[in-house]
Design a protein around this ligand. Structure first.
Ligand SMILES: Cc1cc2nc3c(=O)[nH]c(=O)nc-3n(C[C@H](O)[C@H](O)[C@H](O)COP(=O)(O)O)c2cc1C
Length: 352
């Protein structure tokens, strides 16, 4: 069952996260090419009206579909699709929230092999050789789940001046389709495909929030990574340091025993952003009131100088608390991509 989420009001300028669902199923009867065409045509119209994008693969009696869009819309489609008698043995392969779409240009990209050769989809026009090579490399890295090399590759493109839209439309989306082809051609398993698509999602997520590598490097944003006053679990805060250092930020750490110790440090450092972390292991429900007051006091301290306030910990990862409920600008659900998300929030706060 797809979890319905209401969007939590977050910092100004933050992009809408999309729900992303991938499943496989078996056709109950062998469909003819025109049956699939008719299904896809109706599906496209409905997906467009719901702002849902995605792809549908059909091969040897099996469907594989990815849907991405507003959580409510994806949930609505999903309940129709699950009831559909044209397929059975439906199995969800992955279900997550993502910061960017893999198929932004496609209401429903249809790929398939049918008995009727006339209906075989023409492949999109070939990309220029240099771009095609990049796409092939992306596919290889995604299939090897080599996220480090993928991120380095993305950072390299951003540095060469590629815009994030160009990276998405010329590289990531074609790579996703090439992965679909690899699955159709039996060159990889469904599991490989699912993992590789998630890898691309992360890479897409990263570039989505990079205005340009240059502007981030020039700005050298500063972040204070702090545990909530008195919090003994520092795993998340410690891991965050790697993320921010890799993103080119100047990082200061704080493990304050009291609210006063934290606000003193904020007053001395005036960072561009502060992340305050509760335990990633234990739910700290009782700590929320204290955290709200710490954030309110921190904002008074730095009122002359806008500081983006981010919070994290198990309560936020599990959506048991939100940024809004403690007066923060952002609540991290995971450590991934956090430095680029906060860079964008800092950039937006400067515009205001
Ligand atoms: C494999 C498969 C994939 C489908 N994908 C979509 C889709 O992406 N969008 C869509 O509107 N309908 C899709 N459909 C059709 C829906 O199941 C459903 O028939 C249609 O949305 C009408 O919904 P309703 O029966 O609730 O009125 C798909 C059906 C199958 C068998």
């Amino acid at each position: 069952m797809l979890v319905q989420e209401t969007r939590e009001p977050q910092g100004e300028g933050e992009s809408e996260w999309v729900a992303c669902l991938t499943y496989k199923s078996i056709a109950t009867a062998t469909p003819r090419a025109q049956d699939i065409d008719a299904l896809a045509e109706r599906a496209r119209a409905r997906n467009r009206s719901l702002d849902v994008t995605g792809m549908l693969l059909f091969e040897n009696g099996s469907f594989l579909q990815t849907l991405e869009g507003p959580p409510g819309a994806v949930a609505q489609l999903w309940s129709s699709i699950q009831r559909d008698q044209r397929h059975e043995h439906i199995e969800v392969l992955s279900e997550h929230m993502a910061a960017s779409r893999l198929f932004s240009d496609w209401d429903l990209l249809l790929e398939g092999r049918f008995g009727d050769a006339s209906a075989t989809r023409a492949r999109p026009a070939a990309a220029p050789p240099a771009v095609a090579e990049h796409v092939a490399r992306l596919v290889e890295l995604a299939l090897n789940a080599d996220d480090l090399a993928l991120n380095t590759m993305m950072a390299g493109f951003a540095e060469q001046g590629w815009t994030s839209d160009a990276i998405l439309t010329l590289l990531i989306e074609p790579a996703a389709r090439a992965l679909g082809d690899a699955w159709l051609d039996d060159q990889c398993s469904e599991l490989d495909l699912t993992i590789a698509l998630s890898m691309l999602q992360l890479a897409g997520h990263a570039v989505r929030y990079i205005p340009s590598a240059q502007s981030i490097r020039n700005s050298r944003y500063r972040v204070l990574l702090a545990t909530a006053p008195g919090e003994k679990h520092m795993l998340g805060t410690t891991l965050l340091a790697d993320q921010f250092l890799a993103g080119g930020w100047q990082v200061e750490m704080a493990f304050p025993e009291s609210e006063e110790a934290l606000t003193n440090q904020l007053n001395a450092q005036h960072p561009d952003a502060v992340d305050i972390g509760l335990s990633d292991a234990m739910p700290r429900q009782h700590a929320l009131d204290q955290l709200r007051s710490t954030i309110a006091h921190s904002r008074q301290i730095v009122s002359e100088y806008p500081t983006v306030v981010s919070v994290g910990g198990r309560l936020f990862a599990e959506a048991a608390a939100s940024a809004l409920s403690v007066g923060a600008d952002h609540a991290r659900k995971s450590l991934a991509g956090i430095s680029v998300r906060l860079a964008e929030l800092v950039r937006q706060s400067r515009k205001g």
